[in-house]
Design a protein around this ligand. Structure first.
Ligand SMILES: [Zn+2]
Length: 268
């Protein structure tokens, strides 16, 4: 007999049952999200799998987000990516994001977000400022609110796709003073996004407590070290990379500490 039952929950992490129509999540409070016909139709099952085991990676085209993409491919049946064209001086990373998405055979959405240069003064969206640290230790490459806007925008895009998991490469270990790379911010953003969209979102941060050398070794364990040759890190936007800016130096130190050669070309 065909009837309607309530569908409880939406979360990729932990299922009470995949086969039944009522699904409970042990990690989050159960939540009624709608009704489904029973027995489940083929299209529902396909959508269900998509909703519960999919992830959207915030892919900047840099080393960390490339690692997150490789990490996500190992864990999710369906992976897609989003990157942001926000007026960054290192716009070459957009091309790197395209190359990585092509290499991984995943869809990539490039979102124009031309708001930061008109709202803020920082060396990442202004080519006239020299990259340097301020007296309080915060580099002038800090773009206020960037990760908040990125995560919110990615969540909106994911929401439309039936995806409730975001993966981002923010890292607290060497966060360079950026407050929106810290775990407490990410936890707060996850709560706010879940409340704002009235659904249980998860923000995965596989690199949060890794050093740069541990990130390199993670990529090695995923057999994707060669992807690093397609990434961009240099804040100056140079290819070959300058090898002197704070971002290049941090990357080079990570490879050095890991004892693994960086496949990227450097100017010096
Ligand atoms: Zn550089």
């Amino acid at each position: 007999m065909i009837g309607l039952v309530r569908l409880i929950f939406l979360c990729h992490n932990d299922y009470g049952s995949r086969g039944g129509a009522v699904v409970a999540c042990r990690a989050h409070n159960p939540k009624v999200v709608g009704s489904i016909p029973t027995p489940a139709t083929k299209s529902f099952r396909e959508n269900w799998i998509f909703m519960t085991n999919s992830a959207m990676v915030l892919l900047s085209g840099g080393q960390d987000s490339a690692t997150c993409l490789a990490w996500a491919l190992e864990r999710y049946d369906s992976v897609q990516a989003i990157c942001f064209d926000y007026g960054q001086r290192h716009r070459v990373e957009l091309e790197c994001a395209k190359d990585l998405a092509r290499e991984a055979s995943i869809p990539l959405k490039i979102m124009p977000l031309d708001i930061f240069s008109s709202l803020t003064q920082n060396a990442l969206t202004s080519s006239t400022l020299t990259i340097e640290s301020s007296s309080d230790g915060l580099p002038n490459t800090f773009v206020p609110g960037r990760n908040l806007i990125f995560l919110t925008t990615a969540a909106i895009a994911a929401y439309q796709q039936g995806c409730r998991t975001l993966v981002t490469g923010v890292c607290q270990t060497d966060y360079s003073g950026y407050p929106d790379c810290r775990d407490d911010f990410v936890q707060s953003a996850q709560s706010s996004i879940s409340l704002a969209l009235d659904d249980a979102f998860t923000i995965e941060t596989p690199l949060m407590y890794l050093t740069k050398s541990q990130t390199v070794k993670l990529m090695q364990s995923l057999n994707k070290l060669h992807w690093y040759g397609m990434t961009h890190t240099c804040y100056e936007g140079l290819r070959p990379a300058c090898g002197r800016c704070p971002s290049c130096l941090l990357r080079l130190k990570g490879f050095q500490d890991a004892g693994i050669p960086d496949p990227l070309d450097y100017d010096s």
